[in-house]
Design a protein around this ligand. Structure first.
Ligand SMILES: NC(=O)c1ccc[n+]([C@@H]2O[C@H](COP(=O)([O-])OP(=O)(O)OC[C@H]3O[C@@H](n4cnc5c(N)ncnc54)[C@H](O)[C@@H]3O)[C@@H](O)[C@H]2O)c1
Length: 455
């Protein structure tokens, strides 16, 4: 591990010395950063200033004491003094849940403003928000501090850098983070954030502010979803005299399909010969046994909602004629049972849209339930056409829907330049070469178009 050079380490104010802030202060001070902790609570400030932990957390006491012995740690209730003595501040104040479920960012926004006001004329300073903030926070905070900076004559940079530590292993999590994500639109602020992770540079991802805000909430919701899933499995297993711990332990042993990135890419609704029917079966079992499993019971509903969303994304372009390229339930699959693209075709036909389908992998399969001709027959609609080639289907289409395009599909789309291409899984966009992108990108839309930034 590369050790940072103490001469090059910036001085840092850590504002808010609760779980996140005291760990941050201890870890940085023990590494040689000059840290000034700030909190409104005097008892907390006095403890940190003595090198004592204000909360019970393994290894925290050791890190704070090391900071004290190195002479790199102090704490104060005087925010202005802390800002005067440092180059940047890490804001770690609380963002509790409001009555309506929204995060209450009053304290964090207040802290950001107070820091901005304390920065002197002509001084460059970086404010890094480590608290968990609601979507749209960065833009609001940036506008506020821009006004303060122009009134004060200071240069303020803003970054958000969500924290992913867990209480109970907070020091280790902060010292060895798997994921370091930050967002800033300012180079000096970016350099400041990166200097906080000098020994883990390869793990740093710089993203746009909206992604950073969303990611933190999505990560925690993902953890919560896993807990709820495991608990629902337990409630389902017991009536069947099955040991839920053994079931979940076995589930976790499959690190290829179960605990991996498999199935975690957004795209088409799930389908195929097994997923839909087996989820339905587990739902039915829960109903039969009177077991309340809200997460499992809404999996198929969520899948249907995603199909509705795709139908809406196509109809938004008011097409008379749509081409659906790739009708198997997943990449390279010729099986059209419970296939989402087929369901999409059916729904578009219901909306009186003419639909032309083509698929490079199933074109020759004529045996039901596989094959385009069998599909055309089963759709039993004069406006449904199975096409011999992708080019035939795409020609004259107002909207082309692609899920998992193969290389040949991609080349055809670039050559024919359809009016609108709905890139459902983003695979087309990812596969385009720079040259192809220049030709096709303006015509490609993702199935979840971006909305305007939250003001
Ligand atoms: N606790 C966790 O495990 C954890 C993990 C990751 C992220 N987070 C997020 O980090 C943020 C902080 O969480 P926490 O658990 O450390 O909160 P906390 O409530 O333990 O600590 C917040 C501290 O900020 C202080 N404070 C409030 N306003 C202040 C101000 N204006 N100036 C100085 N100090 C002020 C409070 O006195 C308190 O000591 C939250 O947004 C939380 O969602 C928490």
């Amino acid at each position: 591990m590369m050790r940072p050079n103490p001469e090059e380490l910036p001085s840092v104010a850590v504002v808010g010395l609760g779980y996140v802030g005291s760990v941050e202060a201890g870890v940085l001070a023990a590494r040689g950063y000059r840290v000034v902790g700030v909190d409104l609570r005097e008892a907390v400030v006095e403890a940190v200033d003595r090198g004592q932990e204000p909360i019970v957390e393994p290894l925290l006491s050791e890190r704070l004491l090391k900071g004290k012995s190195l002479g790199t740690l102090s704490a104060t209730t005087d925010l202005a003094d802390a800002i005067f003595r440092t180059r940047g501040a890490l804001v770690c104040v609380g963002t509790p849940r409001g009555d309506d479920g929204r995060l209450d960012d009053t304290a964090v926004l207040g802290a950001v403003e107070s820091i901005a006001k304390a920065v002197g004329k002509g001084v460059s300073y970086t404010i890094v928000v480590r608290s968990t903030v609601p979507p749209g926070f960065f833009r609001r905070a940036k506008t506020r501090i821009a006004d303060i900076a122009s009134a004060n004559g200071s240069q303020l940079g803003l970054a958000i850098n969500p924290e992913f530590l867990r209480e109970g292993s907070a020091v280790r999590d902060r010292e060895e983070p798997e994921l370091i994500v930050y967002a800033s639109e300012d180079d000096a602020a970016s350099a400041f954030v990166e200097s906080l992770y000098a020994d883990r540079a390869s793990r740093i991802s710089r993203v746009d502010p909206e992604s950073a805000e969303m990611l933190k909430l999505v990560c925690n919701t993902w953890h919560a979803l896993k807990v709820s899933f495991a608990n629902e499995v337990a409630r389902l297993a017991r009536p069947h005299n099955v040991d839920p711990f053994a079931v979940m332990e076995l589930l976790c042993r499959d690190t290829k399909l179960n605990t991996s990135s498999a199935y975690l890419r957004p795209g088409m609704p799930f389908g195929g010969a097994c997923l839909v029917k087996d989820v339905a079966s587990l739902e039915a079992y829960a109903r039969d046994n009177d077991v309340n499993v809200p997460v499992l019971a809404h999996v198929l509903a969520s899948n249907r909602a995603h199909l509705d969303h795709l139908v809406g994304a196509v109809l938004e372009h008011k097409p008379k004629r749509v081409a659906v390229i790739g009708i198997g339930f997943k990449a390279g699959a010729s099986d059209v049972r419970d296939s989402a693209p087929v369901a999409l075709v059916q729904r578009l036909l219901d909306h009186r849209v003419e639909v032309h389908v083509a698929d490079s992998s199933v074109l020759d399969a004529r045996v039901p339930p596989l094959g385009l001709l069998a599909l055309e027959q089963s759709l039993n609609d004069k406006r449904a056409y199975a096409r011999e080639s992708v080019a035939d289907a795409v020609l004259h289409a107002d909207v082309v829907v692609v899920g998992h395009p193969c290389e040949e599909d991609r080349r055809t789309l670039v050559r024919l330049q359809p009016r609108v291409v709905l890139d459902v899984s983003g695979e087309l966009t990812r596969a385009l070469t720079a040259e192809e992108r220049a030709l096709l990108a303006p015509r490609v839309v993702l199935s979840t178009p971006a909305r305007k930034a939250v003001p």
